[in-house]
Design a protein around this ligand. Structure first.
Ligand SMILES: N=CN[C@@H](CCC(=O)O)C(=O)O
Ligand SMILES: [Zn+2]
Length: 412
């Protein structure tokens, strides 16, 4: 199958040379071609350029993108989209004054999702998750990380990983599985946290590694969940099985998880709603990507990650949805890009870089996704007609997308 997209008003994120990561000031540069074309064959970007340099290419399908913007599909590097049911009652409880922590302390929160997931068949869990996955692909996401963490037992965590594996096999989108068994202390272990940690390090990690069913390891390093010492032990066990960390840190409290993540060569440290100078210093001269999750801040009413401080310190930044039933029941990357501009004070150029190339980096996919580069995967968004790409973040809450191409195939 070959597709030619012609008369593109603005072609965004055009990189002649491979770029792995954008840090600091480099995030302000979003390379664009005005009045351009892209040619794809099967699942690969073959050629692109200006219409004035276009010499006829015979394609099986030609799309006229007059007045429209084309860009690489979004790379969402942090989600929990495999879950069962929802937590809409807790949403109402929070409106009525309870905090996220108070709900969790009453046995709600992650434990509530774990209980429902345990009672849900694997097939049902797959179908519920597939619906969400297809919804976010139609919203422009072409590569997505999916975490476990609502299993909290060997059997249920493996059930979640099998569901992610099936999504990965059956979807056109690129899917990256992460083992987040250390998401909360299960009810049965509430007085024996160490026993649960041992179960993760001695049983679950070796099993997941043996099945080659997880690419990364995650821990929720937070008061009331896993301490820095717990996180250290779990990441050490993960390293034995070559599972690189991508961890939840600094969502509510600064415990020292950022420096710990850097010490363990984490691919990313995510959340960072709370961040101090020691954290910034720890991230300098590292290859760890800070990841902001602005929709979580929006939904919970907690501080936004200080993106300006991060970028102005010369660090890179990625943005992701955190799609999950408790703190972010939305996987709309278009909204994330808007929120990054409106609330994190990122420019449209920085936000789009954070949601494409840097998002790809935060999943280890920077060589194959995240930019319009010859040889990369043909995952593209064609927008509805607009004056300029600034309208993408500006018209927040709109669905700006006309067509989605995933792996060289028309999805929407
Ligand atoms: N903070 C930990 N995990 C999720 C929320 C999980 C939940 O509430 O179900 C997050 O990233 O926000
Ligand atoms: Zn999360």
């Amino acid at each position: 199958m070959s597709i030619l997209i012609k008369n593109i008003k603005q072609l965004l994120q055009v990189r002649e040379q491979q770029v792995d990561i954008l840090r600091g000031k480099a995030m302000a540069n979003l390379p664009i071609l005005e009045n351009a074309y892209v040619y794809i064959e099967n699942d690969t970007i073959i050629e692109f350029g200006l219409m004035e340099d276009f010499t006829n290419i015979e394609a099986e399908q030609t799309i006229d993108a007059t007045g429209k913007i084309v860009l690489p599909s979004w790379c969402d590097s942090h989600t929990h989209i495999v879950y069962a049911g929802n937590r809409v009652n807790e949403f109402v409880d929070r409106i009525n004054g309870l905090s996220y922590a108070e709900i969790a302390n009453r046995g709600g929160g992650i434990l509530n999702s774990a209980k429902v997931l345990a009672e849900t068949s694997e097939e049902d869990l797959y179908q519920q998750s597939l619906k969400r996955l297809n919804k976010v692909i139609a919203l422009g996401t072409g590569a997505i990380e999916i975490k476990t963490g609502y299993g909290l037992s060997v059997a249920s965590e493996l059930k979640m990983l099998r569901v992610v594996k099936r999504l990965k096999q059956e979807s056109l989108a690129k899917i990256i599985p992460t083992l987040l068994a250390a998401h909360a202390i299960p009810e049965d272990y509430k007085n024996d946290k160490q026993d649960y940690i041992n179960l993760i390090t001695d049983e679950l990690i070796p099993k997941a590694a043996d099945l080659q069913i997880a690419d990364y390891i995650d821990v929720f390093c937070e008061e009331g969940y896993f301490s820095v010492e717990d996180t250290d032990a779990i990441l050490k066990a993960g390293a034995t099985y070559h599972l690189q960390p991508k961890i939840h840190v600094n969502q509510f409290n600064i415990l020292g998880g950022v420096a710990l993540g850097v010490k363990h060569k984490a691919l990313s440290v995510d959340h960072l709603e709370e961040l101090n100078n020691d954290d910034i210093e720890a991230l300098k001269n590292s290859d760890t990507m800070p990841v902001a999750l602005p929709a979580c801040s929006f939904f919970l009413g907690i501080p936004y990650t200080p993106a300006r401080k991060i970028i102005d310190s010369g660090l890179p930044l990625a943005i992701a949805t955190d799609y999950n039933p408790g703190s972010t029941p939305s996987g709309n990357m278009n909204f994330i890009v808007s929120t990054a501009c409106i609330k994190l004070k990122m420019t449209p150029q920085e936000a789009i870089n954070a949601a494409t190339i840097n998002g790809a980096y935060a999943m280890g996919l920077e060589k194959t996704y995240g930019s319009i580069t010859r040889g990369k995967k043909a995952n593209l968004i064609i927008t509805k007609p607009m004056e300029s790409y600034f309208e993408l973040p500006y018209a927040f809450g709109d669905d700006p997308i006309d067509t989605v191409i995933i792996n060289g195939q028309l999805f929407k």
